[in-house]
Design a protein around this ligand. Sequence first.
Ligand code: OXD
Length: 313
Amino acid sequence: MPEGPALIFISEYSDTRGWQRQLAKYLPEIETRIWPDIGRKEDIVAALVWKHPHGVLRQFPELKVIVNLGAGVNFVLADPELPANVPIVRLVDQGLTRRITEYAVLHTLALHRRIPELAEAQRAAKWRYLHPIDPVECGVGVMGLGNLGTSTLEELGHFGFRRAGWSRTPKSLPGVTCFHGAAGLAPFLSDCNILICLLPGTPATEDLIDGKVLRLLPKGAAFINLGRGSNVVDEDLLAALDDGHIRHAVLDVFRTEPLPSEHAYWRHPKVTITPHNSSATNPGTAAQQVAENIRRVLAGESPFNLVNPLVGY
Ligand code: OXD
């Protein structure tokens, strides 16, 4: 293997060959190595990771930057042996944002038009007329107003829903009623007929959506989780589904992934499960940004989209 600066690509799911092709295009001066073929450890100046095995990043003495290949950085930060003082950057990828937005809109519309109830009626060969409701009668709320939450709310605006957003710190978005902090939670939830969680996985958001929060939603509300499984207390969500307070949940993220086959969500009639595939980073749209960030770090400049490990995003 030739010597020279190299990056190591460590990912459980990503399109490895696609990344290799795109990085060769945008970062031809740096060789891409694919885990576990690391070659000379001293050559590695950048690591591109998604759900990497903990402890492995410590072995690269020249590592200058860790690039997280997804939107949420909790999997990286969960590594107790992260090398100290190596900046972590996250992706803000147009392709990923579009896919998440598409998923959020798809399921919001399906819930608004009562597709899960109609599908259940069809399975029972039952003609169950459910009158379509005007979107203006339906409040949709998004928790987490970063790029993904903002894009989702913008897109939902085209359908005429009443829109609200909740975030840790104050935000303002055109046409959206924004709430923030602990004090803003109850008023935000009170008008969410459909709640979409796009929160990061941080200590502050762990178990945030518990029975108390779910019961602040109007009775019969629906829930979509695109944030992290750790945002939700599963037992409380199951109880709220069982007693009808929540009419349906669409879940793409889970505390344990893959979701264990014995988990109650799998067979719950009011739960739709997707395997954390609401979105994925697309090398075609993200590689240029990754290459630029690596170049900046190697030139001693500060990178874009730097993660603050203390807040967790
Ligand atoms: C995520 C992702 O962070 O899929 O969940 O990018």
